[in-house]
Design a protein around this ligand. Sequence first.
Ligand code: ATR
Length: 277
Amino acid sequence: MDRYAVIGNPIAHSKSPQIHAAFARQTGQALRYEALLAPVDGFAPAVADFRAHGGRGMNVTVPFKLEAFALAERHTPRAQAAGAVNTLAFGADGILGDNTDGAGLVRDLTTNLDFALAGRRILLLGAGGATRGVLLPLLDSRPASLTIANRTVAKAQALAALFTPHAGRAQVDACGFDALAGRRFDLVINATAASLAGELPPLPPGLYAEGALAYDMMYGRGHTPFMRAALADGAARVADGLGMLVEQAAESFALWRGVRPDTAAPLAELRRQIDAG
Ligand code: ATR
């Protein structure tokens, strides 16, 4: 049977095995998908071992996405832009590195949340790997503008500079949180690690335009602190990142197997489990 795995450290709480098992059942694909714990200094040998034992592909999570990029022999344009890889595909022609995070986010926004991105003013909070991973697919969705705001302004500027303006594509601008005062956005995405420390990015009030959506890449039981703060500041709608998690998995599955699974039922099941605690 074809083998797949998610590799990371830690990995015990990964939901990917459950998600991919549901996809496999639903599409009638015969495959096995497991969670693989690699030592922090043992990523490449763990991948080689998995590949030598029938591995066809892997999802890659913290802290290995940069090493996966280095290991891949070819990259999709979106992995190239992300500078990080969350999906490896092993073929006769070597290791392909892809990054499905941004496509997963865009699909969650446009399909699950019915939020069209074209012509919208988008604000991305944070300038780390999570932000870089989604920039190209967001830009390809033709927003009116895309702003990166970060605590360390230089990091936001460096990210924005990676994306030189294309004809018909919005220019990426960068600033600190204070400089957002007086501006309004249709979509605000929290890609900072602030909530891991129980903190919130210090945002000026009044950021949300009429009908605006606040999206937190984090997820958990009930609303995240960012979602609660956004509602208090006038966001019309809020969403967490559970849909992005399921959609990036579907995108990986489609790359490996050539069939796109339906995400509605696996997403609803995960939501039920999380809400049940
Ligand atoms: P990831 O790869 O998950 O994006 P990262 O590269 O460590 O992680 O980036 C974390 C992001 O969260 C950064 O943008 C960081 O801001 P700095 O670049 O100024 O460090 C942001 N971040 C972390 N803690 C934060 C906090 N308490 N308030 C605001 N931003 C925070």
